[in-house]
Design a protein around this ligand. Structure first.
Ligand SMILES: [Zn+2]
Length: 149
């Protein structure tokens, strides 16, 4: 089977988030079949909700669409390394594979910082693939923060 990245959808969600004045991070959840179940970008400002990160919104939307509380066998693409909160939510959702773009030395919780999946208290760790479209993801964030200075 050939691997098809869905990161371009996550990137377009990140771009849409930037247009709304949100930190440009986008996420998409895909079924084994390749069907896109949910996609989201950050909405913390719009919703006045510090938990409204792209990953959390995509997980909520996918679970609502499917009428189930877990996403076993589903994959999540996100443009930036998940923070500890999102990494934990991804674990709780039983996501099969996590693909992310840019690494996040400031707030990342997967490959650095909290390293959520490295602890015995983490009951499900997804397979992690990093660096997908990392340059495009990082550039979006850089442009966004430069424009706000
Ligand atoms: Zn997060």
């Amino acid at each position: 089977m050939t691997f098809t990245s869905h990161m371009h959808i996550a990137l377009s969600q990140a771009r849409a988030a930037a247009k709304r004045g949100e930190v440009p991070v986008g996420a998409v959840i895909v079924a084994k079949s390749g069907k896109v179940i949910a996609q989201a970008g950050n909405r913390t400002r719009e919703l006045n909700d510090p938990t409204a990160h792209a990953e959390v919104l995509a997980i909520r939307a996918a679970c609502a669409a499917l009428g189930q509380e877990r996403l076993e066998g589903f994959d999540l693409y996100v443009t930036l390394e998940p923070c500890p909160m999102c990494a934990a939510a991804i674990s709780f959702a039983r996501i099969r594979r996590l693909y992310y773009g840019a690494s996040d030395p400031k707030s990342g919780g997967v490959a650095q910082g909290a390293r959520v999946y490295a602890h015995p208290q983490c009951h499900h760790a997804p397979e992690v693939y990093d660096g997908l479209s990392a340059d495009a993801s990082a550039r979006l964030l850089k442009d966004f923060f430069e424009a706000r200075r």
